[in-house]
Design a protein around this ligand. Structure first.
Ligand SMILES: NC(=O)C1=CN([C@@H]2O[C@H](COP(=O)(O)OP(=O)(O)OC[C@H]3O[C@@H](n4cnc5c(N)ncnc54)[C@H](OP(=O)(O)O)[C@@H]3O)[C@@H](O)[C@H]2O)C=CC1
Ligand SMILES: O=C(O)CCC(=O)C(=O)O
Ligand SMILES: [Mg+2]
Length: 419
């Protein structure tokens, strides 16, 4: 398609999705990127530099990413006369199927809705996959961070993130309250006169497609358990149903059987013969379990809000959100991004840790099947940390570490990649 501001690189070729959803990746794939607001200007160029270095080193110049900038957030508003979310950005990410983004600002309370959530919803990127593991030498607030090795599968399209809510005192909120009281027999709205109302949709379809991915991941990676995290004791028909549907798909599609009458289940990994335990934990209890007994958890499948809370909490255990990567996937399109936000107080200072976005690029390379380059990124990050040459977030918690800027940390990783 013809784009207004997006310039398609002439030296690149399109990644295509095959019928079985595998990718055909040319030697010079076009990969879309959104720079991002706030610290996006600092971390995105560093991520590109490290990724290019890893690809060059791994394939000796035979392969090269053709980066294609697309716009969202503040930079889009400048380019597209106030449009923060240009339609052609969505079109380009969908057309070129693999992309990576910096963080985007969302105002609290009023203002526009989250552009990050809108990107996920518009492209139905229903899986938010966030691996959390410790890198040797990273300072952590817990005694044994090495026991943390989990992958969160966060449902990315439903829950209260669907954005169905009405402001207190608006005619819409009053209408919904009226409907609830008069037609649904609701008597428990504590202060009905000035109340904001939010609706939390959770469906069988949305739950099952997410839990299916989590179970399949456990099978493919030969992992010991999948834990369904929910608040089903309180929200029975949303969070409770998520848990029930999760077990149902484990039974129906993976042959899981209930253990001692349930609710926990298990099934045999068809590839390795090992048992995979399917269990559930209530969300508040899970927040203490990840601190006290992290080694008992491996793959986590959960709803949108629980997954948001869990990802930042788990990231803190292994060194903070400066080093927490992620992916947003549909069946065809993948958009990689850090777990953290725009950290506005550090914007433009060349200060923050680019690690989360670099490790998101590592996930992206693996998604493309470029595992050799992905491995080099991991060893580069490990090497820079082992040398205690780190950004402020790690340096302030380490003894005898050398403080590096964001770009210098990128250079230290590149030096390890080329070393
Ligand atoms: N996917 C996305 O694009 C996301 C966007 N957001 C948006 O970002 C904005 C700011 O959100 P906020 O709640 O402040 O959360 P942020 O994640 O942006 O920042 C919170 C704190 O986390 C630490 N931090 C974040 N990124 C890094 C990094 N790269 N290196 C080192 N430390 C880091 C900093 O801690 P310290 O102060 O201790 O140094 C920072 O003050 C909001 O508009 C929010 O909506 C939020 C989350 C995700
Ligand atoms: O979109 C936002 O502003 C926040 C999103 C977020 O916190 C997340 O995806 O983890
Ligand atoms: Mg978050």
């Amino acid at each position: 398609m013809a784009y207004q501001h997006v310039v398609v690189p002439t030296d690149g070729a399109k990644i295509t999705v095959n019928k079985d959803l595998s990718l055909t990746v040319p030697e010079n794939p076009i990969v879309t990127f959104i720079e991002g607001d706030g610290i996006g200007v600092d971390i995105t160029p560093v991520m590109r530099k490290v990724t290019d270095a890893a690809v060059a080193r791994a394939y000796g110049g035979k392969r090269k990413i053709a980066w294609m900038e697309v716009y969202c957030g503040e930079k889009a508003a400048e380019k597209y006369a106030g449009d923060w979310f240009p339609a052609e950005t969505l079109e380009a990410i969908k057309e070129f199927v693999v992309g990576i983004k910096g963080p985007l600002t969302t105002p609290v309370g009023g203002g526009f809705r989250s552009l990050n959530v809108a990107l996920r919803q518009e492209m139905d990127l229903y899986v938010c996959q966030r691996p959390v593991r410790w890198f040797k030498g990273v300072p952590s607030p817990v005694k044994e961070p090495g026991k943390v090795n989990m992958v969160i599968f966060r449902e990315n399209s439903e829950d209260i993130y669907a954005g169905i809510e009405w402001k207190a005192d608006s005619p819409e909120a009053k209408k919904v309250v009226d409907f609830l009281q008069k037609e649904m027999g609701v008597t428990k709205i504590r202060f009905p006169d000035h109340v904001g109302i939010g609706i939390k949709p959770v469906s069988a379809e949305g739950t099952k497609r997410l839990v299916r991915k989590a179970l399949q991941y456990a099978v493919d990676q030969d992992l010991p358990s999948v834990t369904l995290v929910h608040k089903g004791n309180i929200m029975k028909f949303t969070e409770g149903a998520f848990c029930d549907w999760g077990y149902e798909i484990a039974r129906d599609e993976f042959g899981a059987k209930a253990l001692d009458g349930g609710p926990w289940h298990s099934f045999q990994n068809p590839r390795t013969g090992k048992e995979i335990l399917v269990k559930d934990v209530i969300a508040d209890a899970m927040l203490q379990q990840i601190l006290l007994r992290p080694d008992e958890y491996s793959v986590i499948a959960t709803l949108n809000l629980n997954g948001d809370y869990l990802s930042d909490a788990l990231a803190a255990q292994v060194g903070g959100i400066g080093i927490a990567p992620g992916a947003n996937n549909s069946d065809a399109v993948a958009l990689f991004e850090a777990t953290h936000g725009t950290a506005p107080k550090y914007a433009g200072q060349d200060k923050v840790n680019p690690g989360s976005l670099i490790l998101s690029a590592e996930m992206m390379l693996r998604h493309m099947g470029w595992n050799e380059a992905a491995d080099l990124i991991i060893s580069g990050v490990e090497g820079a940390i082992a040398d205690k040459t780190v950004t402020y977030d790690f340096e302030r918690l380490m003894t005898d570490a050398k403080l590096l800027s964001c770009s210098e940390f990128g250079d230290a990783i590149v030096a390890k990649i080329n070393g």
